[in-house]
Design a protein around this ligand. Sequence first.
Ligand code: GBH
Length: 468
Amino acid sequence: MSSSIFTPVEFPVDFLWGAATAAYQVEGSPLADGAGVSSWHRFVRTPGRVRDGDTGDVACDHYRRWPEDLQWMRRIGLGSYRFSISWSRILPEGRGRVNPAGLAHYERKVDALLEAGIQPNITLYHWDLPAALDDRGGWLNPDIADWFADYASVLFKALGDRVPMWATLNEPWVITDGGFLHGTLAPGHRSAYEAAIAARQLMRAHGRAVQAFRALVPAAPDRRIGLVVNIEPKYPASHGAADLAATARADAYMNRQYLDPALRGTTPAELPEVFGEAWVDWPAEELALAHQPLDFIGINYYTRAVVRDDPAAWPLRASAVRQTQATHTETAWEVYPPGLTDTLLWFKQHYGDLPIYITENGSAFYDPPSVEAPVLDDPLRTDYLRRHLRAVHAAREAGVNVRGYYAWSLLDNLEWALGYSKRFGLLHVNYATQKRTPKATCALYSQVISTRGRCLNDTASAPTDGLP
Ligand code: GBH
């Protein structure tokens, strides 16, 4: 088998093509139909936390406009839609009383997707915690494993007979690094002690939810549960011992901190030196709980990092070296498609042949706030998509078990602390009118889906004639 990126592209018939969103980023109407307040509803109201004071109060109005967005998904030709459920719509206080109207909302959405032949892929937790649970310590409270399993069980009972793919958590690393270590995301704390505690509670909660799934949903090939992690391959800035050790720390911290417990029942050897005195060994029973058999792993890939030793960088003592010759996206991330092939090969080497889905991949480049033309010209974004899909194909050619790809994102949306300033969508959203307009990348993606990627072999540039 060849792993050359020049192998002609052709994905198999059953390769899953999707697009992803997350509840707080797209839904709007955060308190509608009896929903409770979430941690993000609160965080966006804390002065200075989100750029320009942006909030998810309206966002893409997806909570009300999802039927229109479903029509867009059909036009693009998506085989799957990955979205998250807002915990505080289902359980307004986070536990106890179920809100039937919140549940009904997601039941309608799931049924409409199935009706349209689009597989729902549900993420249980994409960062919006019920505020009532935050008041009890949130991810720092050991009871959260029970709260999360109870919440998950409500959904498994209501939707477990219909939903083919579930994920427990989206990017536990981002939850702890952003929420508890650096404080850039809700709940905005800054403590290595808290980050280490939250990591353990996240994986206990993950384990309990997977156990609940096995207990409540009869085993079937199209009833699967997994975990979604963000991976960013780490390359040493030099081959000096200090840079190599820094690279290993960064890799352990970001890439293996959650995969090792989930897939091997261990924690990476480098973590005690990363966390210093905040580190606590995970008790054997916690490692066992985190280590549940999974049906797939979801990998979110955006960029790589070239790492150097940096004693001043807390707490990793490592920092990324900006690659000045490279193209960077609007979020200042290096465009590095070979890193996606490397990530997939790395996963296979470390963790074996578990089915992999790329559950997010995409880029923010400048788009004007409103557009009149039917299709936006975004050559950097189309180039990003093209090259990353070739990178996925190269990994498949090299024998990696990658079975699907989700573009991030279906829609431009609230980019967390960066507000609406960054646009990752296949569909442009005019926030003043809520008009959706397919970008050139959207048209390209649609063509990729209908040709199973063969159009990527053409040297011609992206289609500009819109969606079929
Ligand atoms: C995802 O996280 C989220 O799941 C999604 O909600 C979000 O909208 C999307 O990505 C886009 O941001 O600054 O060069 O050090 C992204 C995970 C981890 C990717 C940190 C970029 C930092 C690169 N991110 N990483 S750098």
